[in-house]
Design a protein around this ligand. Sequence first.
Ligand code: ATP
Length: 358
Amino acid sequence: MTSSPAAGLLTPVRGAALSLEGVTRTFGATTAIDAIDLTIPGGSLTAIVGPSGCGKSTLLRLLAGLEQPDGGRLLADGSDLTAAPLGTRDVAMVFQDYALFPHMSVAQNISFGLRLQRRHDRRNGPDTRYIATEVERMAELFGLGTLLSRRPHQLSGGQRQRVALARAVVRRPSLLLLDEPLSALDVALRASARAEILRLHRDLGATLVLVTHDQQEAMSMATELVVMERGRVVQAGHPTEVYRTPRTRFVAGFVGSPAMNLFPTADGGSLGWRPQDARIVDSGGVPEPPGLLIAGVVDVCEFTGSGQEVVCRAADGEVFTLVQHDGEPWLRPGDAIRGFVPGRALHRFRPDGTRIDD
Ligand code: ATP
């Protein structure tokens, strides 16, 4: 992706604030969404993460109106949307495979929603001049100016994604939903596409909700992170809050890369620490407690560019990971190491998985 949305081309909208109250969606015997209560702040960039099958896409489809809940209510800026017909909702969605119309040109794809509006309402709908101007505006915004007459199969993955975004944004929705928006892109494109979505969010002002498998991506982009497990929201908050204070053992293990080191405790609970929080200590200087002393033998080292990710094995067979930054000791397989994790970096969980606060 070479271009980026040009600032000033978008008239900002007011992002809708959403609330879900006891929203449930079942498919036969499967409860995909299990009595979810959730508030999505207006204008936020909310990322929904969780393991495969936890209900992320179903939740997004409920917000879009593509699925109807079996129970509960969905409110947008305080008004009940639960039964609102699809066409009346001020929402646009970009699908994982972009779902562009293959037989239409880029320009026709972008203008589709506006043309539909015009067909339904010739008197108050957009006129052809407005539609042409908007297509030009979107083409400039998303760097598609030279591609307007091409068909989707003549575009790269990144270009297709920009057409899908343009088709969604042209209607100035107050809620923009993105299902795995970056998964079809290669690593280099993902970085620029990420920046593009952040810029778009800033300039458009809409509430943006995205589903992603990539929790690192979610953490780096979101103003609000929603972690789901088996149809429920297990934690929602600013990414730093979720990362620093995971409310359950599941969230602790799911959010953060490499994953938190978690070990069973004698009472059936768990003790965890992040690979970034351990410091190698030499045999002479053992830091003062409170904290945890660790010891093991280096098994595998991975060079990450800015340092190393190191997998170690303790004497009792437990495996743990360390992150070593530039300037810290360079480790090799077979090295015996001792480390220290300060008390404030330890996370404790009860046998039922809930966090024990200090
Ligand atoms: P993934 O990350 O793999 O895309 P997800 O978190 O988006 O998964 P959903 O697609 O929302 O999960 O599915 C949640 C659960 O609901 C799964 O058990 C899935 O099999 C089930 N499910 C979703 N849609 C349907 C459907 N139309 N009919 C039957 N079951 C469904």
